[in-house]
Design a protein around this ligand. Structure first.
Ligand code: ATP
Length: 248
């Protein structure tokens, strides 16, 4: 692949609790401007891969024991999650993770915590987020815990956008949402990618929808990449059709 590379994961191994080997040598790249999908069933290691990249494994007693992770050519394995945010990489965790007692707008503003530019720039970005998520503007004064699952997912993505990221690691955005909403959220991801230039690494069990929106895909099985290629090619691959798209 000839595009400019942002993220390079080289042959990483992850072990939980010193003994449970979960990633057995995973390599992948995320080019600037792409939507890269990380696919695979329950327990394949998608979340572990994202957490390894954003250095969130420690609290789960997990560690990267082999391999390297580079962002713009520099090793980022020893950076804290907030240092990574300052480099332009932010993770939206699975399960949405809003601050339930804060309003939608307060949640969005917490995403700007690493920024050093002034209030006007932050206000402008709040409007940018609302332009992609008009529903959030309507709900901005509502307590996040009382908004719908789809609105909470939107709030979580909007909150990440408030840090002005170059790359978003998005974990399972479709989880628990009705098909119509999944479609809506993926369309917004595509818009953000095309209009704001945000690059995505997207972990998804829903292969069908992910491969329609992604530019490139990796398929993980039991902690290994078993296949990768441009999304359009994966969609036509007979094995992918049979095992992941539910048709042959
Ligand atoms: P899901 O869609 O369920 O999130 P996934 O592909 O993201 O699946 P992971 O959550 O990365 O998969 O889990 C990969 C494997 O690692 C699973 O077998 C899981 O049981 C194991 N695992 C995850 N977290 C831990 C942990 N903290 N300690 C021990 N094993 C773990």
């Amino acid at each position: 692949r000839t595009e400019e590379m942002l993220l390079e994961v080289n042959n990483i191994e992850v072990i939980y609790n010193h003994v449970i080997l979960v990633l057995k040598g995973v390599s992948l790249t995320v080019p600037k401007g792409g939507i890269t999908a990380l696919l695979g069933g329950n327990g394949a290691g998608k979340t572990t891969t994202l957490k390894a990249i954003s250095n969130l494994l420690k609290s789960e007693r997990g560690e990267v024991t082999k391999g390297s992770i580079l962002y713009r050519g520099e090793r980022v394995q020893d950076l804290s999650p907030s240092e990574l945010v300052e480099r332009g990489v932010i993770q939206v965790m699975e399960g949405r993770h809003c601050f339930e007692h804060l309003t939608v707008e307060e949640n969005l503003l917490t995403g700007a915590y690493t920024r050093k530019d002034g209030r006007a720039a932050i206000e402008a970005d709040l409007e940018m987020v609302y332009s992609y998520f008009p529903r959030l503007k309507e709900r901005r004064k509502s307590q996040a815990g009382y908004t719908s699952g789809g609105e909470q997912q939107m709030t979580a993505i909007g909150r990440a956008l408030m840090s002005r990221p170059e790359t978003i690691l998005l974990d399972e955005p479709s989880m628990g949402l009705a098909p119509q909403l999944v479609e809506e959220i993926f369309e917004i991801v595509r818009d953000l990618n095309q209009k704001e230039g945000v690059s995505f690494l997207l972990a998804e069990q829903n292969t069908n929808v992910a491969l329609r929106f992604a530019t490139y895909g990796y398929i993980l099985e039991s902690g290994r990449v078993v296949m990768d290629g441009p999304a359009a090619e994966l969609r036509e691959n007979p094995d992918v059709k049979e095992f992941y798209l539910g048709m042959s």
